[in-house]
Design a protein around this ligand. Structure first.
Ligand SMILES: NC(=O)c1ccc[n+]([C@@H]2O[C@H](COP(=O)([O-])OP(=O)(O)OC[C@H]3O[C@@H](n4cnc5c(N)ncnc54)[C@H](O)[C@@H]3O)[C@@H](O)[C@H]2O)c1
Length: 348
């Protein structure tokens, strides 16, 4: 790639693109936003004007063929992720796809095979891995903690979210012509809440704590809100627990703990649009030292783009890769089945 920048086209001009991806695409190093695609022509033009992008496409197939791009960032509804990623890979484009990788494990498995057969890169948009606090915790656990005994993770979305977004973000451009799944995914609020938020919680638990062997989950559903609690058995023999509450009548609350052979790590994570890295306290028992990384502001959406560009331009692994995206979907499926009947579900 001549100028050592990854040329990216963005599919989808909806809320997450306007709030997070576009500002990040315009700032990220070694990344150049070249083209936009959205089936809603009015939204496409308005977002294109705001972002100063002239190459605009309403047809995804034409966008993949005609736009001068190396990679696609897919920011559309969950059920479109696997089909759109498949089409992009078949057109020879690298893919950064929003979380979750897909809506069921069979389609994610097929996608993983396609990624391997093309040799192209696919990264899942779990941008929390690119929060410098979480990245520090991950490195510390890998390098200093030894074997993992116990893992905790909680993620409680807030009823204050509309006020937070109204305060921090630019006015949302909308269109009645936006391409939507035949059935509105938000109609099944229980499933939607589990998947859209659980895709973050369980990815971070796996990133910090290890691969999941089995889950046992329970769900409470009251006054139109949901709370899942559960037990996680890890492949390494350690144990963990989680809470996913959507939504709570309080401020955003998210955090993780990992206790290991040679120390412990605690992580407090903030609402993503604060761009405030997680606060981490890590204890290295062998050195008898606490470690606390610098918490300077940092944009995880920009960081994930720069990591994606490095993976393509310098031929490195993506984070998370397609297999980790598949593993997250399998955990979500297991939690949903277990919470439905209360039984332990093993991930074969
Ligand atoms: N990482 C995060 O923090 C985060 C936060 C919110 C949402 N998300 C994820 O981002 C994704 C998108 O969310 P959203 O709320 O912006 O979605 P949305 O459905 O509101 O917007 C998607 C846009 O893509 C366009 N589109 C869809 N399919 C198309 C096609 N085939 N051709 C052309 N245009 C097409 C639609 O017209 C629409 O404008 C979801 O998967 C969601 O889970 C991630």
């Amino acid at each position: 790639m001549a100028d050592d920048a990854l040329k990216i086209g963005l599919l989808g001009c909806g809320p997450i693109s306007q709030f997070a991806h576009l500002p990040a695409l315009l700032k990220a190093h070694r990344v150049r936003l070249v083209a936009l695609c959205d089936g809603a022509d009015d939204l496409l033009e308005a977002v294109g004007r705001r972002a100063g992008i002239k190459q605009l496409y309403t047809q995804y197939t034409t966008f993949l063929k005609a736009a001068d791009i190396d990679a696609v960032l897919i920011a559309a509804a969950d059920s479109f992720h696997a089909p759109l990623a498949t089409e992009a890979l078949r057109a020879g484009k690298h893919v950064l796809v929003e979380k979750p990788l897909g809506v069921n494990s069979p389609e994610c498995r097929t996608l993983a095979e396609l990624v391997r057969s093309t040799g192209l890169k696919l990264q899942v948009g779990n941008m929390k891995r690119h929060d410098p606090g979480i990245a520090f915790a991950h490195r510390f656990i890998q390098e200093r903690l030894g074997q993992v005994l116990s893992v905790g993770g909680w993620y409680c979305d807030t009823l204050f979210r509309p006020a937070i977004q109204e305060t921090l973000l630019p006015p949302l451009l909308k269109s009645a012509r936006a391409v939507r799944p035949a059935r509105d995914p938000k109609v099944d609020k229980r499933h939607y809440s589990l998947v859209t938020h659980g895709a973050h919680l369980f990815d971070t638990i796996c990133y910090l704590g290890g691969q999941v062997k089995a889950v046992t989950a329970k769900l409470a559903e009251k006054f139109d809100q949901h709370s899942w609690h559960g037990l996680i058995e890890f492949q390494h023999g350690g144990i963990g627990h989680f809470e996913l509450s959507v939504k709570i009548n309080s401020d955003w609350s998210e955090g993780y703990t990992v206790h290991g052979e040679h120390g412990s790590v605690t992580v407090k994570t903030f609402h993503p649009f604060y761009y405030r890295p997680s606060e981490v306290r890590a204890f290295d028992a062998r050195a008898e030292q606490w470690h606390t990384p610098l918490g300077a502001h940092s944009n995880p959406y920009k960081n994930q783009l720069e990591a994606f560009a490095r993976s393509v331009l310098d031929n490195r692994s993506t984070c998370p890769d397609v297999d980790e995206g598949l593993a997250d979907v399998r955990v979500l499926e297991a939690v949903e089945v277990s919470a439905g009947g209360g039984s332990r579900v093993a991930l074969a």
